[in-house]
Design a protein around this ligand. Structure first.
Ligand code: SAM
Length: 292
């Protein structure tokens, strides 16, 4: 007797809204996404996943989700970024959670630049940088601090994400004026070039910011090519999708890459409570690596 369920039957059919996501394929996607991205998809997410992946199916010329699962089996690495982009959100903004930037400008950058004035490197990692607003905002405050102090410290920002579309946007460095709401007029004038022609209504980040930011693809669950140490890691609004063991492993690895006394910044709804002994809470969603 066939073990196919009603949902499997529906999955094979195409309706006006496109193919349906059946039990077998949804279970495959859940296992795949959990193993590769640390994201635990509940049964309630089935409709959402189905809706969000339809465009991807069309782009690949596939008629059903079984075909899409086959693509993932054949080329897991190649398709992972697209899948992750479809099911997670890239929502971000310039100077989101301004209190983190206030801490950097008022306390951390002056302290680091003073401590490193006779040599040493200053490194900040924007892990889960989405479309680039976070690393470029960090680059603005870093460039201003370097200018203000006349410092010649070797300072750089690493920006990584899993989503190929988000990284392409970040590399382009072009933002519509609506997306620049969080930036003061003074900073807009200083750090953006007004778009013309087909870029009318948009602005492009200043070359000095590009110089400070290195953009790379990276899945936080996979091996990391860099060795650190970092003075600060911004991993904001990323771990919200991860389950507890995935967060624990990630925070341990961050502790391994941070300088003793280095800082980890999380998003407004994220916490390290009960997940790691390597950090102490020193501000609103700001953690400091303990000096052992
Ligand atoms: C909501 S955005 C946060 C952007 C920015 N950090 C902020 O707070 O505004 C979350 C980003 O995390 C990325 N992401 C999710 N899981 C990831 C993983 N396993 N490895 C790397 N990036 C991941 C997504 O692609 C997305 O761009």
């Amino acid at each position: 007797m066939s073990t196919a369920t009603v949902s499997d039957f529906h999955a094979a059919m195409t309706s006006a809204g496109g193919p349906l996501l059946g039990d077998v394929e949804f279970q495959f996607l859940r296992d795949f996404v959990y193993k590769q991205c640390g994201i635990a998809l509940s049964e309630q997410k089935r409709q959402l996943v189905q809706g969000r992946l339809l465009r991807r199916l069309r782009a690949l010329g596939l008629k059903d989700f079984a075909g899409y699962c086959e693509v993932l089996r054949r080329d897991p690495e190649g398709e992972l970024g697209e899948l992750a982009s479809a099911i997670s959100t890239n929502v971000t903004s310039f100077f989101r959670e301004m209190h983190h930037y206030d801490l950097l400008v008022g306390e951390l950058l002056p302290r680091w630049l003073e401590a490193k004035k006779h040599g040493g490197r200053l490194r900040i990692w924007s892990a889960g940088c989405a479309t680039g607003e976070e690393p470029y905002a960090l680059a603005m405050v870093l460039a201003e601090a370097l200018e203000r102090t006349g410092s010649k410290v070797d300072a750089r920002i690493l920006a990584t994400d899993l989503s190929p579309q988000a990284l392409e946007h970040a590399r382009g460095g072009v933002y519509t004026l609506e997306r620049m709401g969080g930036i003061s007029d003074e900073r807009r004038r200083r750090w953006f070039l007004r778009g013309e022609g087909r870029y009318e209504g948009a602005a492009c980040v200043h070359p000095r910011l590009r110089e400070l930011v290195t953009i790379q693809p990276l899945n936080l669950l996979h091996d990391w090519p860099m060795h650190g140490p970092f003075d600060a890691i911004f991993c904001r609004n990323v771990v919200i999708y991860f389950d507890k063991p995935t967060k624990q492993r990630l925070f341990d690895r961050y502790a391994g890459l941070l300088e003793p006394g280095g800082y980890l910044f999380l998003g407004h709804s994220e916490s390290m409570y009960g997940l790691s002994d390597s950090f102490e809470l020193v501000g609103r969603t700001v953690y400091k690596k303990k000096v052992s």
